[in-house]
Design a protein around this ligand. Structure first.
Ligand code: C2E
Ligand code: CA
Ligand code: CA
Ligand code: CA
Length: 276
């Protein structure tokens, strides 16, 4: 009398196990959505000018990822964690570099123009990075300096990737430490890597008008950068008072809504000086 019951239980168990296995080996729904959005070209570069404090001239641009879904344009805060989890961040970063390179290839960029991309430490080891930087130099000319802004999201040991880094440096690529002064940026990279630039985090720029401890850290970061002979970029500059303070402190490059917001690549090209 127990037998049909037993057979049924075993069947249910097997079916359940098969279902669980199948479910677990499927790509997650979010990964599918991201892969499809990538295939449709919905991840696009926005550019924000890097500005000379004295003259207001554009010295370069930071490339910032946007997800353009119909009329909606999403900033990375809304989706970058999902992209990272899906394992597509590397591929999307390469797409952004290629799209930016071809989008700027008709533009006349001033000599020494810095073009900065955000990468994680593990992406520095991506063997395709060298080729992308080489194509960028070929298409945009020797006058353009590719910059890789290192944002610390995971700890990654770059020991053993010295060859790749040397290759990048030989192409004229520069490294910047992003969000410097926050926990997102590792001081240890300063001694491990040949860094050219410190990007001072927005939270310290905010502190300028609030006379807080943050201002003490700001002054210390500026002094550190200057004593190491590094270039200093301040991000998140929103007011004239902040600009004045940073300029007087000798910060080399400013970035923020006070000057310009991140904009679609075509708008950036149209606003370049000398654009017909
Ligand atoms: P981040 O690298 O620190 O980039 C600067 C962020 O500050 C950008 O936010 C920019 O739009 C914003 N910003 C610039 N000026 C001002 C200002 O005056 N006021 C304020 N309130 N904000 C300002 P966004 O574009 O939302 O990007 C957020 C973060 O997402 C970036 O921070 C970066 O860590 C990450 N991210 C963006 N694009 C990429 C990418 O292509 N790859 C990777 N791995 N990360 C990216
Ligand atoms: Ca950045
Ligand atoms: Ca930053
Ligand atoms: Ca920041």
């Amino acid at each position: 009398a127990y037998e049909p019951m037993l057979v049924l239980l075993v069947l249910v168990g097997l079916f359940g196990a098969w279902g669980a296995y199948h479910w677990l080996s499927q790509p997650r729904a979010a990964d599918e959505v991201i892969a499809q959005a990538r295939a449709r070209g919905e991840f696009v570069p926005y550019l924000q000018p890097l500005v000379c404090p004295q003259s207001g001239r554009w010295l370069g641009a930071e490339v910032l990822m946007r997800w353009r879904d119909g009329d909606r344009v999403l900033a990375p805060g809304a989706f970058i964690a999902e992209v990272e989890q899906s394992g597509s961040l590397g591929a999307i970063t390469r797409d952004l570099m290629a799209a930016t390179t071809s989008g700027l290839s008709g533009a006349r960029l001033p000599a020494g123009f810095h073009l900065a991309f955000n990468v994680t430490a593990s992406q520095l080891a991506d063997p395709e990075l060298v080729g992308l930087c080489r194509v960028l130099r070929e298409k945009l000319g020797e006058a353009v300096v590719p910059v890789l802004e290192l944002t610390e999201r995971e700890t990654f040991d770059l020991a053993g990737h010295g060859g790749q880094l040397a290759e990048l440096f030989s192409l004229g690529v520069e490294l910047a430490l992003d969000d410097f002064g926050t926990g997102q940026s590792s001081l240890s990279y300063l001694s491990e890597l040949q860094v050219h630039t410190l990007k001072i985090d927005r939270s310290f720029v905010d502190a300028i008008e609030r006379d807080s401890l943050g201002k003490v850290v700001l002054d210390a970061v500026i002094a550190l950068g200057q004593s190491l002979g590094l270039k200093l970029v301040a991000e998140g500059v929103e007011t004239a008072a902040q600009r004045d303070y940073l300029q007087a402190a000798g910060v080399d490059v400013l970035q923020g809504y006070y000057f310009a917001r991140p904009m679609p690549l075509a708008d950036f090209v149209r606003q370049l000086p000398g654009h017909a």
